[in-house]
Design a protein around this ligand. Structure first.
Ligand code: ZN
Ligand code: ZN
Length: 448
């Protein structure tokens, strides 16, 4: 039912992937669609291609696709891309002169933040009024944000997240199907979204969040261990290579922790360390933009980025093959999203989850299982949260647990060792010692 040849012509692609054609067909049939595929797998074409498909299918030009996006950078990028291929596209806030057109819903694609479309009366009235009937598809990017706001210190200050919670309202105003786009969503998150948006007869396309080229490591450290000892391996790399240091991103669970790590690095390295940067919701948009631009260059200036989950959105990291999570993210979706930033070009990469017992308080049951696991393949353990099976077969490329059993004899077997242990071998032996149990009960010192 979709018009594949038309879509391929417009977007200069040779063919639609099966899931893309299936999603568009379901939407044309009036079903809601929950689409969860990896970043870069081709989500956007599903709503971009819907518009021309609807037009061909209904022999009518009466179709606006309304896209709710959390970041202005996404709206900007999508708008300019869609314009470049011949569509009439804009976002609320781009240009006052377009207001009349928006009120008529005369665009093919209209992007908005949740607060603009729901919080500004004239736009709310527009959606509610006759022009709103031209909206044939509602797209919600990152529906997972529907639930953020409780206890996420880094995000409570961002108003769009409050409004995300009200998207159910928009859903009830519009009669068109909804397309939910997310990079990851575990079983329980999907259920909550389904309930919150009142999805019915929803078509699900959930791809396995497996990233074959990322080897997984977990390392527990003593909660009394000073930061300079924990991050000794980063410090020695920076001292040795400075601005040529292999790129690494360190995800922290709070802005406070980011600050503490940066301060520690500064004390140990001296002031001249502009190749270390911080990324979180409190830094200005200008600085964020600079960091995004630098991180998009393979040989960019920034070598170590200390970040909160805020860096998981709208940044396309290049030349990044090592990621460290300091403290466990609260659930698997956040974890997959964060460590999945490395190795986007397919190069073998490493993801180390480094934590102490005090950081485990606010994690969900899947994450607790992941942390307490000592025998099972980590990949297997992680994918259990998604009802999926790992596809990696070479043991030394899989995880630190599988590695121990590898007897392949290939040189790689050694080079893929943990970023943590390989560099702290000279440290005192109690570095790797784990604490006595009760890992999930300590108080979380990282909350702001
Ligand atoms: Zn494994
Ligand atoms: Zn091996």
């Amino acid at each position: 039912m979709a018009a594949p040849s038309e879509i391929c012509r417009i977007f200069s692609i040779s063919e639609l992937k099966p899931f893309q054609a299936e999603v568009i067909d379901n939407l044309l049939n009036g079903s809601d669609v929950f689409l969860s595929v990896k970043t870069g797998a081709g989500k956007s074409i599903c709503y971009q291609g819907f518009q021309p498909s609807w037009t061909v299918h209904h022999r009518s030009n009466d179709c606006t696709v309304l896209v709710i996006a959390p970041l202005i950078s996404i709206m900007k990028e999508q708008t300019s891309y869609l314009r470049s291929v011949g569509f009439k596209a804009t976002y609320i806030g781009l240009d006052d002169k377009e207001e009349e057109d928006i009120m008529q819903m005369s665009h093919d694609f209209l992007f908005s933040s949740p607060e603009s479309i729901l919080g500004v009366q004239k736009w709310r009235d527009t959606v509610n009024g006759p022009a709103g009937e031209r909206i044939r598809l509602l797209v919600l990017m990152k529906p997972i944000l529907l639930f953020i706001g409780k206890g996420e210190a880094d995000h409570t200050d961002e108003p769009f997240r409050r409004w995300y919670g009200k998207l159910g309202e928009l859903r009830s105003i519009l009669e068109c199907p909804v397309l939910l786009l997310t990079a990851t969503a575990n079983k329980s998150a999907r259920k909550k979204i389904e309930y919150k948006l009142g999805l019915k007869n929803c078509f699900y396309h959930i791809s396995n969040p497996e990233r074959e080229n990322i080897k997984l490591f977990v390392q527990k450290v003593k909660s009394t261990l000073p930061l300079e000892d924990i991050f000794h391996f980063i410090l020695s790399k920076l001292k040795q290579h400075q601005h040529k240091c292999p790129r690494v991103i360190i995800f922290c669970t709070s802005i406070n922790t980011c600050g503490q790590i940066v301060t520690m690095l500064r004390i140990n390295l001296g002031k001249e360390m502009d190749y270390v940067q911080m990324f979180h919701s409190k830094i200005t948009e200008d600085v964020k933009d600079d960091i995004r631009k630098d991180m998009e260059k393979e040989d960019g200036h920034i070598r170590v980025l200390i970040a909160t989950s805020a860096a998981g959105m709208g940044v396309n990291f290049k030349g990044l093959y090592e990621v460290i999570n300091y403290g466990p993210p609260k659930d698997m979706d956040a974890f997959v999203q964060q460590f999945g930033r490395v190795g986007r070009d397919g190069v073998q990469s490493k993801a180390l989850l480094l934590y102490n017992s005090k950081q485990c308080k606010n994690v969900d049951s899947d994450m607790k299982a992941y942390l307490s696991n000592v025998h099972l393949c980590r990949r297997k353990c992680l994918l259990e949260a998604y009802n999926a099976q790992p596809s990696v077969t070479v043991k030394h490329m899989c995880c630190d647990i599988c590695s121990k059993e590898c007897a392949c004899g290939e040189p790689e077997c050694d080079t893929l060792s943990s970023p943590y242990s390989e560099n702290v071998a000279s440290q005192s032996s109690d570095m790797s010692e784990t604490e006595s149990e009760n890992s999930a009960t300590g108080s979380d010192v990282d909350q702001m």
